[in-house]
Design a protein around this ligand. Structure first.
Ligand code: GSH
Length: 206
């Protein structure tokens, strides 16, 4: 199994975290998205959308979209419930992550870390701040009365949302106003097999 990935990507990190927690070996193939390596003909043959992460199975089949990869890898494991309604709730939170959270929090983080800051970016950062904070509010309210997103246990909905929430300050989103989120981040980091996004220890959240 091979994972085509970019080290600073939270979308790629979701997959790395689950693979570590599953104890599944894989070959990491670094793709430098800042140098256009996700847009070469060779890479587009693996994912026509030109985005990492891409998981290549041992038979050469490729699967893209971080949350689809999580769903596939988690099948039959403790990270994905069996109950049909719970599985739909996992999808509910992963679609929320892709629609309400990632386009605001992850994109702001990417622009602040890697992109040139133009007036165009500044205007959009302001809109993304409002929308990203709305997403954090939804998470805070859900977690105010629960330890985990779905079915009372840690799973791929938590992994999908953890990836960009724990680095939200790098996108200009303070976590101080959200105590239930900070407590949940700390719980995620105590899970067996947890690995950080990059080499060092995660920042404390509480
Ligand atoms: N919805 C996709 C988003 C993937 C994505 O945005 N990947 C970024 C890095 S985080 C990328 O590959 N960008 C390179 C490019 O667009 O050329 C997922 O969840 O996997």
């Amino acid at each position: 199994m091979r994972l085509y990935d970019f080290g600073d990507s939270g979308n790629g990190y979701k997959v790395r975290l689950l693979l570590a927690q599953l104890g599944r070996p894989y070959e990491l193939v670094p793709i430098d998205i800042l140098k256009g390596e996700s847009r070469t003909a060779e890479f587009l043959a693996r994912n026509p959308a030109g985005k990492i992460p891409v998981l290549e199975l041992d038979d050469g089949t490729c699967l893209a979209e971080s949350n689809a990869i999580l769903f596939h890898l988690a099948e039959g494991t403790r990270f994905l419930p069996e109950d049909p309604l719970d599985r739909a709730r996992v999808l509910q939170w992963m679609f929320f992550e892709q629609y309400a959270h990632e386009p605001n929090i992850a994109t702001s983080r990417f622009w602040l870390r890697h992109a040139e800051r133009t007036a165009w970016h500044e205007a959009r950062l302001a809109d993304k701040k409002t929308a990203g904070e709305a997403a954090l509010r939804v998470m805070q309210e859900h977690l105010a009365t629960r330890d985990w997103f779905v079915a009372g246990r840690y799973g791929i909905a938590d992994i999908a949302l953890y990836a960009y929430t724990h680095v939200a300050p790098e996108g200009g989103f303070a976590l101080e106003p959200w105590p239930a989120i900070r407590a949940w981040l700390a719980r995620v980091e105590q899970q067996p097999g947890y690995v950080p996004l990059s080499g060092g220890d995660p920042a404390p959240h509480s």
